[in-house]
Design a protein around this ligand. Structure first.
Ligand code: HXC
Length: 258
């Protein structure tokens, strides 16, 4: 599939996906969702890519939500089809075995924040604005927002953000635990690359196991989750990276993971 609403580049095993609808502040329309789905599907089959970065084209917006023009005149049934496709896309993104970073370069609203929350880590520009403003349209978040936001910031803060639909700045979002790092707009790209490069050089099998344990844990009881952690911990010993990591520590050198 060739893409026009996203730009995909790969360098040093880091794939960057840029949402490319600058005139609409990178709002997600059906074509963009289809392209994203296809792109994530092909990344999930690649053995070469180590890290994914998602960002928006331009310097004003990451993603200003779903494209509101597509809501006009739609029946509940046709909206349901679109929202399920977006949910499937974000679930697929969350399920990638490699780390995914949202590099939030401006407005990160509605479906944009839902996409960012399906990523593993979030770095934002000081100018970023984050929120779930759907209530102002007479709507609720529909692409995982009520659930992922609650898991990230707790029910009280999620209700505050969703009931009032007020947007917050990057520093506030960081204080909520919604954003990991804040960078100046000029340094956002470089800082994102530093994080991505560090992860790309990391032990990918252990990163995959850590992601699996963290993502699956909340779906099961604490005891089952801790047991799952033990299984995944033991599984790490089936991979050569453990030998390398332990040997590097014991010989006081830097590890060189496979
Ligand atoms: C379609 C959008 C858009 C959106 C901005 N634009 N957001 N078009 N869908 N979500 C368009 C504007 O219409 C405008 O087009 C251009 O982008 C620039 O936007 P402005 O409003 O002129 O910019 P500004 O004054 O700086 O305000 C920026 C903004 C505002 C605060 C982000 O645009 C805004 O509130 N946008 C809507 C945000 C929102 O409600 N997102 C949630 C959507 S619902 P023209 O042609 O006039 O230049 C959602 C549900 C997810 O995400 C799940 C459903 C599948």
């Amino acid at each position: 599939m060739s893409y026009s609403n996203i730009i995909v580049t790969t360098e040093n095993r880091i794939t960057t996906i840029k949402i490319n609808r600058e005139k609409s502040l990178n709002a997600l329309n059906e074509k963009t969702i289809d392209e994203l789905y296809d792109c994530i599907e092909s990344i999930s089959k690649s053995e070469d890519i180590k890290v994914v970065v998602i960002t928006g084209v331009g310097n004003k917006s990451f993603i200003a939500g779903a494209d509101i023009t597509m809501f006009e005149g739609k029946s509940p049934a046709s909206i349901r089809t679109i929202i399920l496709k977006l949910q499937d896309t974000l679930n697929k993104l969350e399920d990638l075995t490699i780390p995914v970073i949202a590099s939030i370069n401006g407005f990160c609203l509605g479906g944009g924040l839902e996409l960012a929350m399906a990523c593993d880590l979030r770095i934002a520009s000081e100018k970023a604005i984050v929120g779930q403003p759907e209530i102002k349209l007479g709507l609720i978040p529909g692409a995982g927002g009520t659930q992922r936001l609650t898991r990230l910031v707790g029910a009280g803060r999620a209700k505050e953000m969703i009931f009032f639909g007020n947007n917050v700045d990057a520093e506030s979002a960081k204080s909520y635990g919604l954003i990991n790092w804040v960078a100046s707009p000029e340094e956002l790209e470089e800082e994102t690359l530093k994080i991505a490069s560090r992860l790309a050089k990391g032990p990918s099998f252990a990163l995959n196991m850590a992601k699996e344990a963290i993502n699956r844990g909340p779906e099961i009881s604490l005891l089952d989750a801790i047991r799952m952690e033990a299984e995944l911990f033991a599984l790490c010993f089936s991979h050569e990276d453990v030998k390398e990591g332990v040997d590097a520590f014991l010989n006081k050198r830097k590890p060189n993971f496979s």
